[in-house]
Design a binder for this molecule. Structure first.
Ligand SMILES: [Zn+2]
Ligand SMILES: [Zn+2]
Length: 290
């Protein structure tokens, strides 16, 4: 069984060896089984992170704010925070465990979002839009009509802007989220140049508000095979004054922790960033990219 093998290897792995090989590995976007689509416990994920030589891992379980009570995220969020706290304590001195949350659509129910953040001292808050108002997560949609893609994406980017105007988050997640599903479900590709004005506005506001732009690598493991966002967008973020970039595998399985990190670092460097940002107690901290 995988768990057993990992455990034995972690125990037998000498810390000094790992330190010399992996200096700069962090993963700021990881889901435990307290997310509806997560598969592994916080402890197991942290064990894997240690085995992979990660310096830090942020446990950022889903909280879909607009269905917070209807879909029982209230209980999940509480369990997620407690388990992250236990993992933080268990891995002290080995892996820095950051207590995070991925808030989906926080601006659809600001009162709930604020209440969630007021009651727990998170290290990092990821802001995401997974669904348009009153509609399903793009992940659950069966197919897309090419004639509707422009309107959907315009509305999606507008929602991202509104989430930025609300603003109580640290990391802007997977900016091109719908593109994965347009491609996977209906073979539709999108040229972001057609949305330049909106995307520029988002990048500019993200920079002005000193939030971090996430390079999310989940797309590399999906049919689209791309980072979210891609190099051009990361570069444009820097041109518009962006200071903070971060990396997240968006792992829902232990084996995906750290996936695509090299690709993300390459894009950051090529876009002119020399540091990666992570958050502790919601304060940005920067670390040189090797
Ligand atoms: Zn997400
Ligand atoms: Zn996620």
């Amino acid at each position: 069984m995988r768990a057993k093998i990992c455990y034995d290897r972690v125990v037998n792995f000498r810390l000094e060896e790992r330190e010399t090989v992996y200096q700069r590995k962090l993963d700021l976007h990881v889901h435990t089984d307290n997310s509806p689509d997560g598969n592994h416990s916080a402890m197991f994920l942290c064990e894997q992170a240690e085995f992979e030589g990660m310096r830090a891992v942020a446990l950022t379980d889903h909280c879909e704010t607009d269905v917070y009570r209807a879909e029982h995220f209230d209980k999940r969020v509480q369990a997620a925070f407690m388990e992250a706290t236990m993992a933080q304590s268990a891995f002290r001195g080995k892996v820095l465990v950051l207590r995070g949350i991925e808030l989906g659509q926080p601006h659809y129910d600001v009162k709930t979002a604020e209440e969630i953040l007021r009651t727990r001292p998170y290290d990092v808050v990821i802001g995401s839009v997974h669904n348009l108002r009153g509609r399903q997560d793009f992940y659950f949609m069966e197919s897309f009509d090419p004639a509707e893609v422009h309107a959907i994406l315009t509305e999606y980017f507008d929602e991202i802007l509104q989430m930025l105007e609300w603003g109580n988050f640290d990391v802007l997640a997977h900016l091109t989220y719908p593109l994965r599903y347009f491609y996977a479900k209906s073979g539709i590709t999108v040229d972001l140049a057609d949305y330049k004005q909106q995307v520029d506005e988002i990048l500019l506001r993200t920079a002005q508000l000193q939030k971090a732009l996430e390079i999310n690598t989940a797309g590399l493991r999906q049919p689209i095979g791309k980072l979210s966002p891609e190099f051009e967008t990361v570069k444009r973020f820097r041109e518009l004054g962006g200071k903070y970039v971060t990396y997240g595998s968006d792992a829902h399985y232990a084996e995906h922790i750290g996936a695509g990190l090299t690709e993300a670092y390459d894009v950051m460097r090529a876009a002119g960033f020399s540091e990666l940002t992570f958050f502790q107690q919601r304060t940005p901290l920067q670390m040189p990219i090797e």
